[in-house]
Ligand binder design. Structure first.
Ligand code: HEC
Length: 120
């Protein structure tokens, strides 16, 4: 009798441990950043961070935060759909007080930044 209840307790513990391992694996929480996302993070830190995180130039219209930018329907301007292509256009051509990065970042580098923004 006692052995059976011990067994039951152990199987409950085993199932709990299994859940702890499986849930993050399935939900992707423990996913390591890809090589592209890591490159994108350094490119972002070097080219975008000063404005988008700190507004170090003190622009009157502070650049918007880009966290979870792809989880919203539109970009911060409120009218452009938030897609890889629209973000690419902003990076290449700039927008109002945001400078154009055309010729300063390669297509691959822009892809890396976009990959990073998907994770950020
Ligand atoms: C000199 C400062 C500055 C730098 C550097 C800068 N931005 Fe911006 N960015 C801005 C400003 C200001 C806006 C807001 C433009 C507006 O809508 O008036 C903006 C807007 C944006 C938007 C939203 C556009 C929209 O339609 O709402 C994205 C996306 C963006 N920037 C990405 C980037 C990325 C990626 C980088 C780095 C490669 C970068 N920016 C570098 C100033 C900057």
């Amino acid at each position: 009798m006692q052995r059976r209840s011990l067994c039951r307790i152990f199987s409950v513990i085993a199932i709990c441990l299994l859940c702890l391992v499986l849930v993050p694996a399935v939900s992707g929480c423990s996913k390591e950043p890809s090589a592209s996302e890591k490159r994108g993070e350094s490119l972002y830190t070097f080219n975008c961070y000063d404005c988008h995180e700190e507004n170090q130039l003190g622009l009157l219209k502070a650049p918007p935060k880009l966290h979870r930018i792809f989880s919203h329907h539109n970009l911060p301007d409120g009218t452009t759909p938030a897609t890889d292509e629209s973000v690419r256009q902003v990076i290449i051509y700039g927008k109002r007080t945001m400078p154009a990065f055309n010729g300063r970042l390669s297509n691959d580098q822009i892809d890396d930044i976009i990959a990073y923004l998907h994770r950020k």
